[in-house]
Design a binder for this molecule. Structure first.
Ligand SMILES: Cc1cc2nc3c(=O)[nH]c(=O)nc-3n(C[C@H](O)[C@H](O)[C@H](O)COP(=O)(O)OP(=O)(O)OC[C@H]3O[C@@H](n4cnc5c(N)ncnc54)[C@H](O)[C@@H]3O)c2cc1C
Length: 387
């Protein structure tokens, strides 16, 4: 099954690879130096329909599975690009698709599929709550036919380049809910009208080019018709999307890992020191081979997780394991590539240092390795709950 799927996806890989070739290393390098958004790349990916892979055909998308979506993101990273510029649209859209009303889906999904609207921003994390989402302080208080939102978010990526934001805010204070996971709600915020009228976005400069921001809400008015699903069930909607997010991120890591290994092999074959290619030294060869093993093994778990997801079978354990293994494998491959390139691993012109910075993120975000281990310990292995 695994092999036949890989063959089936070859056409998709080739097509995405062709698009990526139009955006060579120099494109990403220059954007990185300027900390600029890959506008032309995202536009092309949207116009060619790849960003709408998961949107059903009835709403103008291509109705593909998560496996295919993951192949698209993997190929972007494998070609030396960074799918983080647009990956969130794939998994945020799922919340709208699964929990939105018919009217919301009819209004937004075709426009997202065509590229008329971008849904790239996901507003969850807050400065004082971090990973503990149940402690979110941003409040949305109902007044007639609208909610008034006040609070602050941090690390909200692509907010400056998105028309819509999926916002998670508290609608019932924590001390008035039975379970701490109750009382959070999901909203679709129209950033085109909200910025300057209750929303302020401040860019955050980070070690890689990620277009991430702080977002402040000051009496922002959100119409009740923009709430997704039932009031108070936002945490569950969030959880519903996590497996997809983890599998897609795992695929990006696999793409990064393969890119690092390809580059390391090429350099190790070409670079002559002591009158022989450095790759002839097993001290250089073995770490590359070991990183290859890590990436390929992680890919097996990613494929298993994606197949289970697409078959609508439980895949929480596999999605988490795939994300952990793939993030570790891409980081191992990144380190090996830097070592293989020696001093040039640090030179901007070789792109290794750029991708090294980019792939480091996946140990921390969108979910940190510790939290994955904690999930596996508690929910898969039956160990005591620690928080
Ligand atoms: C570049 C970037 C882009 C991001 N984009 C978005 C975005 O678009 N939208 C969004 O909502 N968020 C985004 N995030 C936020 C990201 O999801 C969080 O940074 C991440 O979930 C960790 O939260 P934190 O930074 O507050 O760390 P904290 O929760 O403060 O944790 C700090 C460290 O402690 C560890 N830790 C915490 N509790 C435990 C525990 N119980 N056991 C063991 N270890 C623990 C964590 O694993 C972590 O390593 C982004 C972050 C970055 C850096």
């Amino acid at each position: 099954m695994v092999v036949s799927n890989a063959e089936l996806h070859q056409d998709l890989r080739t097509a995405v690879g062709e698009i990526c070739r139009r955006f060579p290393d120099s494109y990403w390098r220059e954007l990185d130096a300027a900390r600029a958004y890959p506008e032309a790349f995202v536009k092309t990916l949207t116009e060619t329909g790849y960003l709408a892979a998961l949107i059903p055909e009835d709403y103008g998308g291509s109705g593909l599975g998560l496996m295919e979506a993951s192949v698209i993101l993997e190929e972007i990273n494998r070609a030396g690009g960074n799918a983080a510029a647009c990956h969130a649209q794939m998994y945020i859209m799922g919340t709208l698709l699964r929990h939105g009303s018919d009217a919301q889906k009819r209004e937004y999904l075709p426009k997202i599929a065509s590229g008329e609207l971008r849904l790239q921003a996901f507003g969850v994390t807050e400065p004082t709550t971090g990973t503990d989402t149940t402690q979110l302080k941003t409040m949305a208080v109902l007044h007639g036919d609208k909610y008034i939102v006040n609070g602050q978010k941090v690390w909200i990526s692509r907010a400056e380049h998105s028309d819509l934001m999926l916002l998670i805010a508290r609608t019932t204070p924590l001390d008035r809910v039975k379970k701490k996971t109750d009382g959070l709600s999901a909203f679709l915020v129209d950033l085109r009208t909200a910025v300057g009228k209750g929303v302020t976005i401040r860019p955050l400069r980070t070690m890689m080019n990620h277009a991430t921001t702080e977002v402040f809400f000051d009496n922002l008015e959100v119409p009740t018709r923009n709430r997704i699903g039932e009031e108070g069930r936002g945490f569950r909607y969030l959880i519903d999307g996590l497996n997809a997010e983890r599998i897609l991120i795992a695929a990006e890591c696999i793409g990064d890992g393969r890119w690092f290994i390809e580059r390391a092999c090429k350099y190790a074959n070409e670079r002559i020191v002591f009158n022989r290619p450095i790759g002839q030294n097993q001290g250089i060869q073995f770490p590359i081979a070991r990183a290859h093993v890590s990436v390929e093994s992680a890919d097996l778990m990613r494929i298993k997780a994606a197949e289970l997801f697409d078959a609508r079978r439980p895949c929480g354990a596999e999605a988490n394991m795939a994300k952990l293994l793939a993030a570790d494998a891409s980081w191992e491959a990144a380190n090996v590539a830097v070592q293989t390139f020696g001093g040039y691993g640090f030179a901007e012109d070789y792109d290794i240092e750029r991708k090294f910075r980019e792939t480091r993120l996946y140990q921390v975000a969108p979910i940190s390795t510790n939290l994955i281990l904690s999930y596996l310990g508690e929910h898969v292995l039956g160990l005591p709950r620690s928080f």
